[in-house]
Ligand binder design. Structure first.
Ligand code: NAD
Length: 279
């Protein structure tokens, strides 16, 4: 008997074609969960869903939708209901950072730094895009998919936060602000839904090397780790990057009845990063 008891549940995973969330989708499918893979990248979503269906023998559907466009999410919801059924689990995984919302310098030197390399060089549009993707990109899918859960009196929402939600990382102001907002929203909605049977929790992954942060962590020309990447390793007591499969145990715990009295928490899965003062 599978202690998670998730067979035939339906999970919607946004950003489901990405590195972390495709692994989360695989972990759910391995336990018999039908998966709706939502991603901006249609080809990757369909490919991921096909691979999951073949590997685990449970239905999986790849759909192109934008987490910032409610009508495309409504459309995805209709397709998922028709093909897989009503959603039991929502993983809000779509997210990421962008160079246009990233300062070039960590700590501003008002004498030697060029203004455009500092806070004052952040582009409003870039800031908005990153903030919206990470925060509104969590809010809107929740609005669309949680209504069915509330109606049925059960469901699980998992938001994907980050280390910078606790203490901001240098350079990435918009991403940090948005992930802090995700934690706050996780707590807010957990309380709001506490009498509905729908639980709301988050996972804050430590550092993994993926497409959305590669530009900060690997030197494009040499392929070597950047100074920033080395700092991360030094600040992670386990002295390495994490891997996507290391997040899935926490996911399975949070979406199963093993955690049925747990709501409104953000669980760090970080090799000790958030516990370490650096000394
Ligand atoms: P990734 O780039 O591999 O995956 C992100 C996916 O989201 C991509 O497939 C992309 O196409 C999709 N996406 C982007 N914008 C979208 C939109 N508007 N609508 C729908 N889909 C969209 O990145 P990842 O590292 O696997 O990140 C997954 C989540 O984990 C993100 O929320 C990220 O912020 C978070 N996270 C990552 C790390 C890390 O170290 N990689 C650490 C902490 C948190």
């Amino acid at each position: 008997m599978d202690e998670f008891n998730l067979r035939d549940k339906v999970a919607v995973i946004t950003g489901g074609a990405g590195l972390i969330c495709s692994e989360m989708a695989r972990a759910l499918a391995r336990h018999g969960v039908k998966t709706g893979i939502i991603d901006l990248n249609e080809e990757a979503a369909v490919k991921t869903a096909d691979e999951i269906e073949k590997t685990f023998g449970v239905q999986s559907l790849g759909i192109s939708a934008n987490v910032l466009d409610k009508s495309s999410l409504e459309n995805a919801r209709r397709m998922i209901i028709e093909k897989l059924g009503l959603t039991d689990i929502l993983v809000n995984g779509a997210g990421g950072n962008s160079p246009s919302a990233t300062t070039k310098v960590e700590k501003m030197d008002p004498v030697t730094d060029k203004t455009e390399d500092t806070f004052f060089g952040l582009q409003t549009e870039g800031f908005d895009r990153v903030f919206d993707l990470n925060f509104k990109g969590t809010l809107l899918p929740t609005m669309v998919f949680a209504a069915d859960m509330v109606k049925r009196g059960s469901g699980n929402i998992i938001n994907i936060s980050s280390m910078n939600s606790y203490r901001p990382l240098t350079k990435i102001a918009a991403y940090s602000a948005a992930k802090a907002a995700v934690n706050n929203f996780t707590q807010w909605l957990a309380v709001h839904f506490s009498k509905t049977g729908v639980r709301v929790n988050a996972i804050a992954p430590g550092f993994l090397l993926t497409n959305q942060n590669r530009f900060l962590l690997v030197d494009e020309k040499t392929g070597e780790l950047t100074q920033r990447a080395k700092k991360i390793i030094n600040s992670t007591p386990m002295e390495r990057f994490g891997t996507p499969d290391e997040l899935t145990g926490t996911l399975l715990y949070l979406v199963s009845d093993m955690s049925k009295f747990v709501t409104g928490v953000v669980i760090p899965v970080d090799g000790g990063f958030s516990a370490y003062s650096g000394v």
